[in-house]
Design a binder for this molecule. Structure first.
Ligand code: XMP
Length: 564
């Protein structure tokens, strides 16, 4: 549910670079690099018709992508036509696949099909255009040419040779008409190209990757120097704009219901709502019986003390645990938890309206606050439709749809344009305590998706106590801020152990700790073995029912961060 106000607000205030997504796993990194430069950027599918946009991008970046221009159904830019690359053309930077796509449109002979050496399944699929060309993947040294002040702008200040990261099967083999070469590598004669007259540039490498250290400079040259975008994307200004937008959307009578979990997203969302509409924002925390140790009390106290939010805690552990009894399928668990949350939100909405009757804040609950972040939005933008569901998540699993239909509620998503680090920056701006701003994320379904198998009160309690020991020890060792997310989960398979002279048959605790920038991929955190051994010793000694502790060494992918 988006309105004109929701869609246009940031573009009215910030120059925007549009990134058109061709399905690369790293398209979002182009945005992150641009935003880190202070340039607001938005990602849309490559099928977007630019003429249909209600706002004018300052420049456009075409991302890379996994397709070959020779594949059937490969993505093409629907809003553009190569014959229209004329004087009215906006400022464009084509990266990798984007670069091949535009060169191929000008003349299909410009692009040769590649083969992937050592990947027979690809070899079958790809008939090489040139027998000599093999896909190029990894480090390459880019030699930058000096031609003239018009085309040299993209690589200005870079030096003569810089490392870049290549990842492509197909490649440019002839120069598209009207273009000149501005950089080359050993394997790619046309690694960087620029139109002789028009402000159009193409690169075969990936400027968004860390392995292309000069990528930030290239994106700055393009967005600020070539497109003239102002680097004015600042969190303080965004907060003020967002608060004004919320006031305009909600009006001066409606009430907004918001679920708060104590995580940074919901807390920042709640703080913005409170700032915007005061007591008409009604914050509730539903205790689903699967929260961390003492979590509900701590969240209530923190929100009250620091943000002046009177949080209503709804005790619903019995309801959730009874509905979860005997359920082992992770997706079923999420769905049960999601629909139970909705039942309770619906009840709360009725209660809140009743309570507000005959008070200065009487009104209808018309809005529901959701802490959607930009990665969630991006995931649903793929040109092939929403990416295949790995897990139903995003808050509490399918929550909005049923609520919106049943209650006539509208969704308000103040963080929908932000990445996690930007949310944290806003949290600091709003004076939210650092310990809360830097808190590791915690999933809506809570410990229920950290128990492999049937969730019982006893198992939640064991996982919760083990988690508390692990996290306290991480904090005491000064490691908390180096880790993006850590927790202890529980395997309901039991293992044999020996305590004193007694044989025990207890649960297995799985410790997980990862480092990640965006939670879309993650690396395992490297603890000292002695530290892990001490965590294991304490958990086995202090948490009855545990016979063994293991450390999960799986990165994401192939694993996911949560156990289920
Ligand atoms: P995965 O397990 O998908 O997790 O690698 C990525 C991030 O998302 C969080 N997560 C969830 N958050 N409801 C949530 O609110 C969910 O159902 C859910 N599943 C995963 C996870 O904690 C991690 O930060």
């Amino acid at each position: 549910m988006t309105s004109k106000i929701q869609d246009e607000a940031p573009h009215n205030s910030f120059d925007t670079i549009l990134v058109l997504d061709f399905g690369s796993q790293t398209s979002h990194l182009i945005l992150r690099r641009l935003r880190a430069l202070g340039v607001f950027a938005e990602l849309l599918p490559c099928t977007t018709k630019i003429a249909d946009l209600t706002w004018k991008p300052k420049g456009i970046v075409f991302s890379g992508g996994p397709s070959s221009v020779y594949d059937e159904g490969s993505p093409l830019v629907s809003g553009m036509d190569s014959s229209k690359i004329g004087p009215g053309m906006r400022l464009i930077l084509f990266c990798s696949y984007g670069c091949q796509e535009i060169a191929w449109r000008i003349d299909s002979k410009n692009v040769a099909r590649g083969v992937a050496r050592g990947l027979p399944r690809f070899e079958k699929q790809y008939q090489p255009f040139s027998d000599h060309f093999v896909a190029e993947y990894g480090h390459a040294d880019l030699k930058v040419s000096k031609i003239n002040s018009h085309v040299d702008r993209l690589f200005a200040g870079l030096g003569e040779e810089v490392p870049v990261f290549m990842s492509h099967f197909d490649k440019l083999v002839t120069l598209p008409a009207g273009f000149v070469v501005i950089a080359a590598t050993k394997n790619s004669e046309f690694a960087g190209i620029a139109h002789e007259e028009k402000p159009i540039f193409g690169v075969q490498f990936h400027p968004e990757l860390e392995h292309t250290p000069c990528g930030t400079d290239i994106l700055r040259n393009f967005s600020v120097d070539i497109c003239g975008a102002q680097a004015n994307w600042k969190m303080g200004d965004f907060c003020q704009l967002e608060i004004a937008r919320i006031r305009e959307l909600v009006g001066d009578r409606a009430l907004v219901l918001g679920a708060v979990s104590g995580g940074v997203d919901s807390t920042v969302g709640a703080a913005l709502m409170r700032e915007a509409i005061g007591d008409r924002f009604k914050a509730i925390l539903i205790d689903n019986g699967c929260m961390r140790l003492n979590e509900c009390d701590q969240v209530k106290e923190t929100l009250g003390k620091h943000l002046g939010i009177n949080l209503t805690v709804v005790q619903a552990g019995d309801l959730f645990l009874s509905r979860l009894a005997g359920v082992t399928d992770p997706e079923k668990k999420r769905k049960i938890i999601g629909s139970s949350f909705i039942d309770l939100f619906e009840q709360e909405a009725i209660r809140i309206e009743k309570e507000a009757e005959n008070t200065p804040n009487s009104g209808k609950v018309e809005w529901f606050l959701q802490g959607t972040l930009y990665p969630d939005v991006i995931e649903s933008l793929s040109f092939r439709g929403p990416s295949a569901t790995i897990k139903t998540h995003h808050n509490v699993g399918g929550l909005p749809e049923r609520m919106m239909n049943g209650q006539g509620l509208r969704l308000i998503e103040p963080l929908r344009l932000l990445f996690k680090d930007e949310v944290r920056a806003i949290g600091r701006q709003l004076g939210i305590h650092e310990s809360l701003v830097n808190r590791h994320p915690f999933p809506g379904p809570g410990i229920a998706i950290r128990i492999l198998g049937d969730v019982t009160r006893e198992r939640v309690e064991i996982a919760r106590r083990a988690d508390n020991i692990f996290i306290s020890m991480i904090k005491e060792a000064g490691l908390y801020d180096q880790i993006s997310q850590a927790f202890a989960g529980l395997d309901t398979n039991r293992s044999v152990g020996v305590f004193g002279d007694q044989r025990v048959w207890g649960y297995i605790i799985i410790l997980r700790a990862v480092q990640t920038k965006d939670f879309m991929s993650a690396e395992v955190f490297n603890f000292d073995n002695a530290f892990l051994a001490e965590v294991s010793r304490r958990i086995c000694n202090e948490v009855e029912g545990v016979a063994r502790v293991v450390y999960d060494l799986t990165s994401k992918p192939p694993g996911t961060i949560e156990l289920e």
